[in-house]
Every structure is written in structure tokens, then in C-alpha cells.
Design a protein around this ligand. Structure first.
Ligand code: ADP
Length: 349
């Protein structure tokens, strides 16, 4: 039996995870090997359910084991366990493994839209995701992420966020009067963030997405002080004039040791719903320039999709309505990229 198990492990050592740069056995991804006559079954635990290479790795593992002469059937049980990047206990949120901030230089570039759809895409890829609207100056997620129930306060004084399409969501807009002007001073932002992060029953989450106000003001500083972040997603539009502020935010994050996980270029093109012709909406290579500067290998381009605007108004996430469209595919690709980048950061060479 031991000989056969070694044979299987040796075969699986030929299966490489190209993103993590090691074979799947050395990465500790293989367990529960069972042999019954000529049938082999084992568990293959990925570092994230949102792994873009999931099907590829499964197929490679099956092929590798099937290449052993006595093996006739292979049964791979795919599984995933997301690890946490948080190390300092005082900056940890109970149950939350990774926190990702969504940042832009200016308002109106689609930051909240991306934050919401990223959380939904992660959920669609079987991860446990949550969403926090930390845009104190313009909390649009309380409108986009319309929920039936207001946040409840439990006996232990913890806020229980309502569920929005299965993801816990909390917005500063749930707590303030949307028509009343609140002058957010630095210490107030800090206190509000502390409450929305630590006094909330977030439950078990693989990824908590935080939508921050644009720019490099008090909110960004507070959030980097309060919690340990797994990384940031930078949102820009293609115009090169719009990237100066995003660059500033990115440079600040770099200085604070917050990795840039992805660069999103929103509203890159318009794909005509009738003739499918792709028209570039703006000149410029904003995303490409930032990706080079921040060493990000792929720009995620999200086309302008009128359906996305309409659904946002109604509080419906695009991925709940349209599974296959250029914009929904971009959100899935973004979720996969973000999740796999975190896995890579957690598994350094
Ligand atoms: P921000 O958070 O950067 O201020 P929002 O996410 O609130 O921006 O987006 C501003 C407006 O643009 C919203 O009405 C939203 O529905 C719309 N929008 C954002 N991205 C797209 C897109 N790719 N296609 C169509 N409409 C979009």
C-alpha cells in the first residue's frame, strides 16, 4: 500500500501550480489518498475556491495519476482553504481572513460598482465574501446594495449586517440620514471605521471587501492603521489625466506595505448590445501605465454596460442577472486575479 501511495505522490509531483511556482505535493495540496482495487481517490485542496486554474489543475492531477500503469479510475475531490494574511492579533477581525480595499483617485469612476461586483463574483466562485461601504463621503452601496432588513444590534452590542444576495453588507449609509450633511473629521472617520470593523458580527469570511472614498485622505490613512490589509484594488478610467490621483493612492499604499492586487480600468470600451461592435470610449492607456508602475501583470478592463447602470439603480448585482457578458466576465476575472494574487503572497518562494 505504502509503495502505491508513494507512486501516486511521485506522479502528482509532476503537477505544477504555475502561479505558486511549486508542485502540488510540496505545496501540501494533496491529502486523503485512498486506493480501492484500481481506483484512486484523493483530496486536492487549493489555496482559494476562486482559483482561475482550478479545472486545469484538476485535469493535470487526473492525467498524472492515470499515467500509473495499474490505475484505471481517478476520483479527485476538489477543495479549498483560504489562508489569512493577518498576523498581528490587535489588527485582526474575528473570523475574517483577508481584507481588500477598493481605491480610486477620483469619484464617479465606478469604484463602488467594482467593489460590489467583486464581492458578488467571489461569492459566485464559492468563497465567503463580505462587503463594507466605507465611503463616508458618498456611501452609494447603501443604495446599490439595497437590502430588506436594517442592521440589527445583538445583545452583546455587536451589529449583525444584513445579507445582500448571500453576502453580509454594511454601509455607513445604513447609519446616517442620506439627506443630512455629515462633516466627517479625521477622528470621527477613525471611530466609525473601528466600529464598523470590530463591533460587527461578520461571521467566517475568506474576503472582506471595503469600498473607500476616493483619494488619499483620512479614511485611507485610518484603514491602514486599524487593520492589516491583504491588498488593494486600484480603479481608474483610461484617460491619462485621471491617473495622477490613483498613482498617489497607490504610492501611499506601497509605502504602507499594502500590496496592489489588481488594476481595473473601468469604462474602457462600449460593446454595442445589438451589433457587438467594440468602441473605445476614451483615449488613453491609464490602466496599462499604472500596471507597469505597480508591477501588476494584467489590467482588468470593464466595458461600459448600460445594463450595469440600470441594475445598480435597482440594487441588483450584474452577475445575478447576466452570467455571460463582457462586463460580468471581467468581474469574474477580477475576483480570480485578486484571490490568486493573495494566495501567491501567502506562499512566497
Ligand atoms: P464611484 O464609486 O467611483 O463614485 P460608482 O460605482 O458609484 O462610482 O459609479 C458611478 C456611476 O457609474 C453609477 O451610476 C454606476 O452604475 C455607473 N457605472 C460604473 N461603472 C459602469 C460600467 N462599467 N458600465 C456602466 N455604468 C457604470
Amino acid at each position: 500500500m505504502e509503495k502505491k501511495i508513494n507512486e501516486i505522490l511521485n506522479a502528482l509531483k509532476n503537477v505544477y501550480d504555475p502561479e505558486l511556482g511549486k508542485d502540488v505535493v510540496s505545496l501540501g495540496m494533496i491529502s486523503d489518498i485512498k486506493i480501492c482495487d484500481n481506483t484512486v481517490s484523493f483530496r486536492f485542496t487549493l489555496t482559494t475556491p476562486a482559483c482561475p486554474l482550478r479545472e486545469h489543475l484538476k485535469r493535470k492531477a487526473e492525467e498524472a495519476v492515470k499515467s500509473i500503469p495499474w490505475v484505471e479510475n481517478v476520483n479527485v475531490i476538489m477543495d479549498a482553504r483560504v489562508r489569512s494574511r493577518m498576523t498581528s492579533p490587535e489588527k485582526k477581525i474575528k473570523g475574517v481572513k483577508n481584507i481588500i480595499i477598493v481605491v480610486s483617485g477620483k469619484g464617479g469612476v465606478g469604484k463602488s460598482t467594482v467593489a460590489l461586483n467583486l464581492a458578488i463574483a467571489l461569492k459566485k466562485l464559492d468563497s465567503k465574501a463580505g462587503l463594507l461601504d466605507g465611503d463616508v463621503y458618498g456611501p452609494t452601496l447603501s443604495i446599490m446594495g439595497k437590502t430588506k432588513a436594517p442592521p440589527l444590534v445583538k445583545e452583546e452590542e455587536k451589529i449583525v449586517p444584513p445579507l445582500y444576495y448571500g453576502i453580509p453588507i454594511l454601509s455607513i449609509g445604513f447609519m446616517t440620514n442620506p439627506n443630512q450633511a455629515v462633516v466627517w473629521r479625521g477622528p470621527m472617520v477613525h471611530t466609525a471605521y473601528r466600529q464598523m470593523l470590530f463591533d460587527v458580527e461578520w461571521g467566517e469570511l475568506d474576503y472582506l471587501i471595503i469600498d473607500l472614498p476616493p483619494g488619499t485622505g483620512d479614511p485611507l490613512i485610518s484603514i491602514t492603521q486599524l487593520i492589516e490589509l491583504s491588498g488593494a484594488v486600484l480603479i481608474t478610467t483610461p484617460q491619462e489625466v485621471s491617473i495622477a490621483d490613483v498613482r498617489r493612492a497607490g504610492n501611499f499604499l506601497k509605502k504602507m506595505n499594502v500590496p496592489i492586487l489588481s488594476i481595473v480600468e473601468n469604462m474602457s470600451d462600449f460593446i454595442c448590445p445589438h451589433c457587438k461592435k467594440n468602441t473605445k470610449l476614451f483615449e488613453g492607456k491609464g490602466g496599462e501605465i499604472l500596471a507597469k508602475e505597480f508591477d501588476v501583470d494584467e489590467v482588468i478592463r470593464i466595458p461600459f454596460d448600460p445594463l450595469l447602470t440600470g441594475l445598480s439603480e435597482e440594487g441588483i448585482p450584474l452577475l445575478e442577472e447576466v452570467k455571460e457578458s463582457p462586463a460580468s466576465s471581467s468581474f469574474i476575472r477580477l475576483a480570480q486575479k485578486v484571490a490568486s494574487k493573495i494566495s501567491v503572497l501567502l506562499n512566497p518562494d
